[in-house]
Design a protein around this ligand. Sequence first.
Ligand code: UD1
Length: 370
Amino acid sequence: MVLPCIDLVAGARPNFMKLAPVARALSIAGQVSFRIVHTGQHYDEAMAEVFFRDLGIPNPDVNLEVGSGSHGAQTARILERYEAHLLSNRPNATVVFGDVNSTVACTLAAAKLLVPVAHVEAGLRSFDRTMPEEINRIVTDALADLLLVSEPSGVTNLRHEGIAESKIRLVGNVMIDTLMGQLEKAKERGAARRLGLEGLRYGLVTMHRPSNVDDPTILRRMLVLLRELSKELPLVFPVHPRTRQSVLKAGFGDLITAGQTSFICLEPLPYLDLLSLAQGATMVLTDSGGLQEETSILGVPCLTMRENTERPITVEQGTSRLVGNNADKLRAAFHEALAGKWGHGAGIPLWDGKAAERIARELAAWLIRG
Ligand code: UD1
């Protein structure tokens, strides 16, 4: 019997964490075959390859090698190259993940060629169209044929946008599958020990959103504040390439120098090291969507340095609190977390390590039974 063949498309760091458990579940179920398409949106060893290795993702069948660029240029390049790939290797469906430029570009290419699209992590909305990811989410969901949703707000949002009920499935969160599958291995990595923080309290910082790093005034304010807070709690800060670029362009390089003992600035970390640090942290300060989810399951306080979130369940039932980038608000939240005045989260339905199994079942039913 010839199995239906689908493309699993990923391009950027958070995509790889979502693709890994789905590829594994599809292999185990054996009802659908797949090809892995890497767009090459992220290409540094630390931003891409290391994730394939650590998470046991098979080598990509195709790498579109699109690289960086402005939103328009990057999206266009992915669209053009993925379309060419589809024209010569048409799959039965395309599966896209998350909300990055690769997600929307490959959805557009597939939809125009009438290749059905499934979107993993559909329906999330920040209602903030200044975020490039929000535009990507809206367009992807409008075009997708199967919408695989991680939390109930996603279902509500899709209904409000008039998406047919028959296309929507609440399946849970695949990021948490990866977390649960890798947690023991991550603990063994001893990332804190390697940074000289064994047995010490510390915080973990990640920051890369345009709203925090593109405007030099805001960026400087954030870095100065983080350095101030690190005098009370050592902060580990793996610096995203986008952030490093903004810091250097604005002439703030002295604020993120390596070798400091309390504000520990590093290159981007592999998934297992980041998880190792997150699970042992006293708190996480972040503008990442993934870390809001991961800390909610780890029970680690999460100071979310954003004004809004497309993942409201992490605030309602998890450990995330929106603190924006206002210094007073951030400082106050930091002291509350440091004093242990923070909830530990109550567990989130369907964030149980089995979302990918449900996705594999839904994909097979969708492709085989229609
Ligand atoms: C992208 C996603 C964002 C996600 C983030 C996770 C979009 C619109 N944004 O943001 O949602 O949270 O990935 O990391 O898709 N760069 C490198 N090496 C790389 C990749 C990028 O140096 O391997 C540098 C380049 O200078 C590039 C910049 O980082 O211009 C930004 O990369 P890009 O993929 O455009 O967006 P991110 O900020 O990484």
